[in-house]
Design a protein. Structure first.
Length: 291
């Protein structure tokens, strides 16, 4: 398949990542179907998309015509078969559980046309663990967006040993044509590039905190003001979810058994307390008060 053959995209999973990936793709002229097993989640995604587009127009960041075109391009469908039956590319953004992803990809394999590329947005589960659930392993790969997907430019395209060069190139070009800057990883590795580097930063930041060398506020300030990161590691974990940080590290530690991959104690403690960041009102920072 050539990139010019890609007209319709299906995004499976209407959470924060999936809804933003879907809207971003629709803004660049592609016909997009967004689907989710939860009707409530899908309704929230539709309301969010409407609010986002109206807000951009109101602030002069987007023309009314562009917003109307994006709204026309984006459909919200509760039935997976209807959403994916004529898709050229499917982007999966569901929960980070291997058995669920394998089951979904097997189902998509029976629904989608033979030419359809099946991409997972996962940064923790490489596509070689999913591809053999389908009859098209050459058309399966990772297409990893960063949060928030509407804003962050980078997309990591990870080509597994089963993925064809043609498939990787189509997804690289689709990323470019939807306003992203892709990098091509020709070998699978857990965490890919950006998150492995970030993981090292978070691990050292947690070590400094656990040893009482500095507070989390001071460590964030050092990273932001000296290293010029837009956000320190503790604020970032609060934004993306401390549960995500913890569970990713648990999975990696289970896979490698390497001590450096074990979740830091401060992250584990926050997770067990249910202090997961912005989503719960408290993480390393308290969001029940003005920041």
């Amino acid at each position: 398949m050539h990139i010019d053959d890609v007209k319709k995209v299906c995004v499976v999973g209407a959470g924060a990542m999936g809804s933003q990936i879907a809207l971003n793709t629709a803004l660049y002229g592609y016909q997009v179907n967004l689907t989710d097993v939860s009707g409530e989640v899908l309704k929230k995604a539709q309301a969010w998309a409407q609010e986002y587009l109206e807000g951009r127009v109101a602030r002069g960041k987007m023309t009314a015509d562009k917003a109307a075109e994006a709204k026309k391009n984006l459909q919200f469908l509760p039935d997976l078969k209807s959403a994916a039956a004529d898709a050229d590319v499917v982007i999966e953004a569901v929960v980070e559980k291997l058995d669920i992803k394998r089951q979904l990809f097997a189902e998509l394999d029976t629904i989608c046309p033979p030419h359809t590329i099946l991409a997972t947005n996962s940064s923790t589960i490489v596509s070689s663990k999913i591809a053999d659930a389908t009859r098209r392993p050459d058309k399966v790969l990772n297409m990893h967006y960063f949060n928030p997907a509407l804003v962050m430019e980078l997309v990591e395209v990870v080509q597994g040993p089963h993925t064809s060069d043609e498939t990787a190139e189509v997804i690289m070009e689709l990323s470019r044509r939807t306003g992203k800057i892709p990098i091509h990883l020709k070998k699978e590795i857990s965490g890919f590039v950006a998150n492995r580097i970030l993981g090292a930063v978070v691990r050292e930041a947690c070590s400094l905190l656990e040893k009482g060398i500095a507070t989390h506020e001071e460590i964030d300030l050092a990273v932001e003001k000296a290293l010029r990161y837009p956000m320190g590691p503790f604020r970032l974990m609060d934004l993306t979810g401390i549960d995500v940080s913890y569970l990713v590290r648990v999975q990696r530690f289970q896979e490698t058994g390497q001590e450096e991959d074990r979740p830091p104690k401060v992250i584990e403690e926050k997770y067990k307390k249910g202090e997961l960041g912005r989503k719960t009102g408290k993480g390393f920072y308290d969001y029940t008060q003005a920041q």
